[in-house]
Design a binder for this molecule. Structure first.
Ligand code: ASP
Length: 426
């Protein structure tokens, strides 16, 4: 069975068994021994442990992988001036796709009106953490201590430092060449590690989903069904219509292949709800299966996992409209434009870890004068939605990496078109 099929199977098993466990645990007269085995030993014990180890092993690869592969990508550039164009193209596309995402979200939420008539004078309290000022966000991109940046997993700073090292290696003559070769070797080794880890994914994915469902069930889905359906609808349209259109228009490549090859990455993103933890798999997949050159993959994908969150922007758009409707507040055209601008910035500032999109939503709500406590209305169902939007987030990153690679002449079209998984590394 292929890896994707095994992951999918483990997900289905986890959902079914997790849901059953949740129901059984909710029985009032449940035998204490059975409760102990199901809850303490399995859900909170064994599977929580395996899930944690799985996430940790994904995360452990992020910094070394991003650093080494980006140094490699940059130091082997024969024409270093093309770096500027590549960055501009990537960032430009990220901004365009995010603006489309949020506009779609606002349009759909206004049309459908999921919060109309909800008339919620929320009693739940949600206190928002302070949002970081935008200028500080920009200044923070530049590291003052590369090791600190790595220790803290500050991806933008790691990217800047890696590019600097790569540029210098490319200009350092024979010595630079020697160091560059060394980095290439390391790149092979780290890619192998990602490949090895991916084989364990079915167990990790099962554990993560089982624990989630067994402990929390599906959340208060019923009351928020209109919100959820609107949001999921827009996420699907963006993922399955907007991305293919952009990909087709800009590269003329068959889009079916893209989706077939992205399946496993999407499943990783779905089960971890973290673009950042999925990053090693996204890079591995883009290089090995989609044919994106290291130079583009190693730059565009870590950057995307940090700043490009179309799924998150969509959630913020739908949530803003929903909260406005639920509190009976009318938004003006100016407010809508403000939401587009702030949600784009908020999604850039959202870290690729579970649940952060909901925190940066506070910034958007504040900008247009909506009650931040509104977040409490949707927090109960956010976990499931987080999983879906993270899958959209990583799909957007990969799509842009293919488009940029194509424009930069760094796309191996044969590899993209080929059905075989050719291992580029080793
Ligand atoms: N979980 C999302 C991600 O990692 C971020 C968010 O929207 O909370 O991409």
């Amino acid at each position: 069975m292929s890896l994707t099929a095994r992951i999918l199977l483990s997900m289905v098993a986890a959902v079914v068994l997790g849901k059953i466990t949740h129901e059984v645990l909710a029985l009032p007269d449940l035998n204490e021994t059975i409760r102990f085995i199901l809850d303490d030993v399995l859900s909170a014990g064994l599977f929580t442990l395996i899930g944690k180890i799985f996430i940790a092993s994904l995360k452990v690869l992020v910094v070394p992988l991003v650093f080494v592969s980006l140094v490699c990508g940059v130091c082997h550039l024969s024409d270093q001036s093309s770096l500027g164009w590549m960055s501009l193209r990537t960032i430009g596309l990220y901004l365009v796709t995010t603006s489309i995402a949020i506009s779609l979200a606002l349009a759909a939420a206004t049309l459908v009106g999921p919060g109309v008539g909800a008339n919620m004078e929320s009693e739940a309290v949600y206190s928002a953490p302070e949002a970081v000022p935008f200028l500080d966000v920009l200044a923070n991109i530049f590291p003052s201590n590369p090791f600190q940046a790595m220790v803290e997993g500050n991806m933008l700073q790691v990217i800047v430092f890696a590019m600097l090292v790569g540029l210098a290696i490319g200009r350092a003559g024979v010595e630079g060449e020697r160091v560059g070769k060394h980095f290439s070797d390391w790149n092979e080794v780290i890619m192998k590690m990602v490949g090895m880890l991916m084989q364990l994914a079915p167990y990790g994915v099962f554990s993560l989903l089982f624990t989630l469902l067994a402990s929390k069930g599906l959340g208060p889905v019923e009351e928020l069904i209109a919100y959820m359906l609107t949001l999921i609808g827009v996420l699907l349209v963006h993922g399955l219509v907007v991305y293919p259109l952009i990909l087709k228009l800009l590269t003329r490549l068959p889009v079916k292949i893209f989706f077939r090859k992205m399946w496993s990455v999407q499943l990783f993103a779905f089960s971890t709800a973290s673009s950042s933890a999925t990053l090693p798999v996204t890079i591995h997949n883009a290089e090995e299966r989609l044919g994106v050159g290291t130079k583009v993959a190693s730059f565009a994908l870590p950057l995307g996992a940090t700043i490009n969150m179309d799924g998150t922007a969509i959630m913020q758009g739908v949530a803003t409209a929903f909260i406005a409707q639920a509190f009976g507040i009318d938004l003006t055209l100016g407010d809508y434009l403000l939401v587009i601008a702030t949600a784009t910035i908020a999604s850039i500032g959202t870290a690729g870890v579970p649940g952060v999109g909901l925190i940066t939503l506070a910034m958007v709500l504040q900008q247009v004068g909506l009650p931040v406590e509104g977040i409490a209305l949707i927090i109960g169902v956010d976990r499931l939605l987080d999983m879906i939007r993270t899958a959209v987030n990583v799909t957007g990153d990969a799509m842009v990496s293919v488009v940029v690679a194509d424009a930069e002449g760094a796309l191996d079209r044969n590899r993209y078109l080929s059905d075989k998984v050719q291992e580029k590394h080793g």
